[in-house]
Design a protein around this ligand. Structure first.
Ligand code: CAA
Length: 699
């Protein structure tokens, strides 16, 4: 194994060079190497100054997350940072790429920081449920002041190099090779022989007395449920009110508590799961992708418009086709409205909006797709219609163009069979609103060519989505699982639990919205139509209970928010769900007709009844090879359905509860409820029998 930190001396400047691909993470070996090389350079009489730099795409992008929870580093990180900060010779950090977490903490212990003008600097630990653990909470406020430091630490948002210069986080920007600029700077300060400025000796100006209460309220809200929140506040406050060493000790204790927390473990799991999900097990990572220069979208409705926005915002020219001229005009005006709203909220610059809009051209004829490299259809969920569309696309699109469906349930293979190029066909299932939601299920048909899959995965990264591969089945990963979630929510209502109680139990579990309010928001007619379509296709359910409430509400004109009433009622123009005796009466009537007796049900049962079907169905999805790995399923549910990230997704949650307990509960429900719904998945039984967890199936 080559040394991850090297030393070379040129003209009296010692270059301490970190080389730990891919992102120069501050592993225990890097920390030890850093300590030894800096100590050597400090002792070398030929050296007048030290430049700390890294090779590859970035300076240190953070502590090595894979080592968290292990035995701890051989060299204490504070000893390494003290070797840098206490060095009698000037130490200059030459920064490029993403200087994150432990990387920025190393940089702050250096005497000077020179940054490449494209660099980004940040302390994103909070996104992993942590706080900076290598002096970041103590050094950052000393360098840039309390308010901006707290903002950076509590949001985890990075700053640009220019902002870092304005804040005083870096001393100078470099337009050219940052290492050369840093070496020149180091030689100059070494000649001046003035004592090196040490961050830890700087004093912090205390904020106004009201600052801490306001900050506590703000952080309490933005970091609700995250143990790191109060620790961040306490540590930054200690930077103002206590000596440096005491602040460091407090930070160390806080970091240790956070790293052990279930929430941080869940967030770290999701970090790696997201990256693993990008890999397709049987397709090499270096598979050549097809060039995508122009994208076509069919259907100017909500989905089609949102998809067009995704690509236009990411710089792709888009051809949006709807055979209905009026629908096209309406769709374009919705797109304009969405962009205008983003500008009004300050999320998008007017110039970027104009550029995105200029990339969208419209047409009413598929002939406009002649120059498209990828066409995504977002027409109604009707198989006959979709097959017709694919036949037409096959005729007008150039050879090699990729043809995709945004279907959320229908069989991709049947659509592919309507073309003479099934290898070029796949599913790209965007979630609504497509311009906002990060998730994309990339559905692999039996015939989908490997390079088409590789292209789709690459493309999703370019449009800033997180992609998960799914095999073909009814509903793919996410919607197949949602069936059990919705079924139990409906049965609970029939058993006498009021909609608001169900929603409350699940929002307390961590969902941003409960299933009942969600149904009203999406529109109850959508599910009713999908059920009718499934019936037509011979995929209907023989159980009338789960669908009965929505059917009756829709028949009564109560489609949800859009009609002012569904399972809740809404004030005109309002979105706040209000309990509605009319809906309760409809539910009670349906329950009576079905002979379902109301009974007392506690919140734990509500949560278990809704969440455990997710786990059980996920186990089947895994066993069938529809999903590649458990983490992929967690990514789908956290990014597409609002499953609380602090619980890591349904399968991480199941592992944390313990699979034997999960299986027991499912068996209890099977004995009391309907065995059709609650038969344990064989994979779940197998894992329990073997004493294993879902995590053991990750690769
Ligand atoms: N530790 C270990 N591995 C890491 C890592 C880290 N901090 N950061 C990234 N990696 C790995 C990724 O898992 C990925 O591995 P694979 O190729 O095997 O999947 C590889 O590096 C490349 O990462 P990305 O695919 O994410 O590449 P990117 O170019 O899109 O993004 C990045 C690079 C901006 C650095 C991004 O990976 C990132 O944000 N990383 C996390 C940074 C972070 O959170 N740092 C703080 C860590 S906690 C800390 O530092 C605590 C402390 O105070 C001491």
């Amino acid at each position: 194994m080559s040394d991850p930190v090297n030393l070379s001396v040129e003209d009296g400047i010692a270059f301490v060079i970190i080389d730990n691909p891919p992102v120069n993470a501050l592993s225990a070996r890097v920390a030890a190497g850093l300590h030894d090389r800096v100590t050597e350079a400090a002792a070398d009489p030929a050296v007048t100054a030290i430049v700390l730099t890294a090779v590859g795409r970035t300076f240190i992008a953070g502590a090595d997350i894979t080592e968290f929870g292990g035995d701890g580093p051989a060299v204490d990180v504070h000893t390494v940072l003290a070797a840098l900060e206490d060095c009698a010779k000037p130490v200059v950090a030459a920064l490029h790429g993403t200087i994150y977490g432990g990387g920025l903490e190393v940089a702050m212990a250096c005497h000077y920081r020179i940054a490449d003008d494209a660099a980004r600097l940040g302390l994103p630990e909070v996104k992993l449920g942590l706080l900076p653990g290598a002096g970041g909470t103590q050094r950052l406020p000393r360098l840039i002041g309390v308010a901006p430091a707290l903002e950076m630490i509590s949001t985890g948002k990075p700053v640009t190099a220019q902002d870092a210069l304005n804040l005083g986080l870096v001393d100078r920007l470099s337009k050219g090779d940052v290492r050369t600029v840093a070496a020149r700077f180091a030689a100059t300060v070494a000649r001046q022989k003035s004592p090196p400025p040490r961050t830890r000796t700087r004093t912090v100006i205390p904020p106004a007395p009201s600052f801490w209460d306001e900050a506590a309220a703000r952080i309490g809200k933005s970091l609700r449920g995250l143990p790191a929140g109060p620790h961040i506040l306490a540590c930054v406050r200690a930077a103002v009110e206590r000596p440096f060493k005491e602040g460091l000790d407090l930070e160390g204790q806080a970091f240790a508590a956070c790293v052990r927390s279930r929430e941080s473990e869940a967030l770290r799991h999701l970090f790696f799961a997201e990256r693993r999900a990008a890999r397709i097990k049987d397709i090499p990572r270096d598979t050549a992708t097809r060039p995508i220069a122009r994208v076509g979208v069919i259907g100017a409705g909500t989905m089609g418009g949102g998809i067009a926005m995704c690509f236009a915002s990411a710089g792709y020219p888009v051809t949006l086709v709807d055979i209905n001229e009026a629908a096209l005009t309406r769709g374009l005006s919705t797109i304009q409205g969405n962009y205008a709203a983003s500008v009004a909220k300050g999320r998008l610059a007017a110039i970027d909006r104009d550029a995105a809009l200029s990339r969208i051209r419209t047409a009413t004829d598929y002939a406009a797709f002649a120059d498209a490299d990828l066409v995504i259809e977002a027409a109604f969920e009707d198989m006959d219609l979709k097959r017709r569309i694919f036949r037409d696309l096959d005729r007008v699109c150039r050879p090699g163009a990729i043809l995709a469906s945004n279907t959320s349930t229908l069989n991709i293979d049947q659509m592919a069979a309507a073309t003479a190029r099934p290898g070029d066909v796949l599913g790209l299932h965007f979630f609504s609103p497509a311009n906002v939601m990060r998730l994309l299920e990339v559905v692999r048909g039996v015939a989908t060519a490997p390079d088409v899959m590789a292209t789709a995965m690459d493309l999703t990264r370019r449009i800033c989505k997180v992609a998960v591969v799914s095999g073909v089945c009814d509903g793919f990963i996410g919607n197949r699982m949602v069936a059990g979630y919705g079924r139990e929510a409906n049965l609970l209502m029939l058993e006498g639990v009021e909609p608001a109680r169900i929603d409350k139990a699940l929002t307390e579990f961590g969902f941003p919205m409960g299933p009942i309010a969600m149904g009203d928001m999406v529109g109850l007619d959508i599910g009713v139509k999908a059920a009718a379509e499934a019936e037509k296709a011979g995929r209907g359910s023989d159980d009338p209970r789960p669908g009965i409430i929505a059917k009756r509400l829709v028949a009564a004109g109560r489609l949800g928010q859009k009609t002012g009433a569904g399972l809740y009622r809404y004030e005109p123009g309002g979105r706040r769900p209000l309990p509605d005796p009319v809906a309760l009466a409809i539910i009670a009537d349906a329950a009576r007709e079905l002979g379902i007796e109301p009974r007392d049900i506690d919140d734990q049962e509500i949560v278990d009844r809704c969440i455990l079907p997710l786990v059980n169905e996920a186990a089947r999805i895994l066993a069938e090879g529809i999903a590649q790995r458990p983490g992929d399923i967690d990514i789908v549910w956290v990014n597409g359905y609002g499953f609380p990230s602090l619980r890591g997704g349904p399968l991480f949650y199941a592992d944390s509860v313990g699979l034997p307990a999960v299986l027991n509960r499912i068996r209890q429900f099977r004995n009391r409820q309907d065995p059709r719904d609650w038969t344990p998945a064989p994979l779940l039984e197998q894992l329990v029998a073997e004493g294993r967890r879902f995590a053991d199936l990750e690769d």
